[in-house]
Design a protein around this ligand. Structure first.
Ligand SMILES: Nc1ncnc2c1ncn2[C@@H]1O[C@H](COP(=O)(O)OP(=O)(O)OP(=O)(O)O)[C@@H](O)[C@H]1O
Ligand SMILES: [Mg+2]
Length: 364
């Protein structure tokens, strides 16, 4: 019995180049039993290549992959995928069309016939497909096929599940339900899961830990709450939502802006800084017929802007402002319906506890 706390998967310094261009560059992380780690990042940042090296379908140039403490790949070592005890689920998960649902799920199973049948029944029940065993894949909906694929990948009880955008072929309504079912089953089975996605919402929903990737590297790793609320740089903040940026210059650890002074400790005198704020953290106050906003010392000074346009998105409304102080555009999101007409004046404030301060000139 493996130690319940020992990582199921340990990846150290994973590196791979194509045509002399590094695509995965020193990626390290580990995944505990029942933990879901999401590799999240923009298209081309190396997520799938990382997963393929862990699976063993791609060779690594440097680094090591260990599963349940056993080296699978490293200098002079490359175990083939079928020897690694990993379950794979990709976007084009292609069930075997000539096999029944039961045949698909049993495909990778050893043992006697009765034990195989028991495992197949158990898994079909878990994915809510009891009785579907004799059907063929073409008789199933996309969501049902997806759940068969999940059952098939889980059947041999892999220690590590590798999933590459497995839900992207499903429509939105199906997706949420299947994500939750998948997550429940993976946790029960105690597999370590690596889920690749380029969708921040999916990562926030699924992950215990998000590894945010950019240009072949992990730029930030942490619980969804931490990655969202303490981004390492502007691009990390902007990956999860639109952001507003207010530029200024730090002097004596303070940066003066139209919204008042911001504490900017750690930035040298004369250094350009960017104050980054998500749309839901801009506060809006009314103009009161030209008399301006009510004073709110905790939110600094208010700056005046006029509505450029307002859009209703269902759960929230997005309002774009042109600011009087420099003509720049800022976007605020407001819960529910808030659709002021173009040209309406408002006063905006910035919640000090919700803004991020970065040195300007970091990679965008
Ligand atoms: N076999 C290959 N030969 C050459 N270049 C490759 C190969 N596989 C991947 N690449 C390149 O490596 C980079 C990273 O690819 P990868 O598939 O890992 O990205 P990704 O993060 O999964 O992106 P996406 O979100 O679009 O799936 C891309 O620029 C891609 O073109
Ligand atoms: Mg990919």
């Amino acid at each position: 019995m493996p130690d319940a706390r020992a990582p199921r998967l340990e990846v150290q310094g994973l590196t791979r180049a194509f045509g002399g261009r590094p695509v995965v560059d020193g990626v390290s992380f580990s995944v505990a039993p029942g933990q879901v780690t999401c590799l999240l990042g923009p298209s081309g940042c190396g997520k799938s290549t990382t997963l393929r090296m862990i699976a063993g379908v791609e060779r690594l140039e440097a680094g090591t992959v260990r599963i349940d403490g056993v080296a699978m790949a490293g200098p002079g070592l490359h175990l083939p995928p079928e020897k690694r005890g990993v379950g794979l689920m990709f976007q084009d998960f292609a069930l075997f069309p000539h096999l029944t649902v039961a045949g698909n799920v049993a495909f990778g199973l050893g043992g006697d016939k009765a034990a195989r049948a028991r495992r197949v029944d158990e898994l079909l029940e878990r994915v809510n497909l009891t009785g579907f065993g004799p059907k063929h894949p073409h008789q199933l909906s996309g969501g049902e096929q997806q759940r068969v694929a999940l059952a098939r990948a889980l059947a041999p009880r892999p220690g590590v599940m590798l999933m590459d955008e497995p839900f992207s072929g499903l429509d939105n309504r199906l997706r949420d339900g299947i994500r939750d079912v998948t997550l429940d089953i993976l946790k029960e089975e105690g597999a370590g899961v690596v889920l690749v996605t380029h969708e921040p919402d999916e990562a926030m929903r699924m992950a215990d830990e998000i590894a945010l990737m950019r240009g072949g590297r992990i730029v930030q790793k942490g619980a969804p709450y931490n990655v969202y609320n303490a981004p390492v740089d502007k691009a990390a903040a902007a990956f999860f939502s639109d952001v507003n940026v207010i530029r200024g210059m730090s002097r004596g650890a303070l940066t003066e802006t139209a919204f008042g002074a911001f504490l900017t400790p750690g930035h040298a005198d004369g250094a350009a800084v960017e104050i980054v704020i998500r749309p839901q953290h801009l506060k809006i106050d009314f103009d009161r017929g030209g008399r301006g906003p009510l004073p709110t010392p905790q939110d600094g000074m208010a700056a005046r802007g006029e509505v450029v346009r307002a859009r209703y998105l269902g759960r929230e409304s997005l309002v774009e402002f042109r600011m009087d102080f420099d003509g720049s555009r800022l976007t605020a999101s407001v819960p529910g319906v808030f659709l002021p007409g173009p040209g309406t004046a408002f006063w905006l404030m910035i919640r000090r506890d919700k803004c991020f301060v970065f040195g300007a000139g970091k990679p965008a």
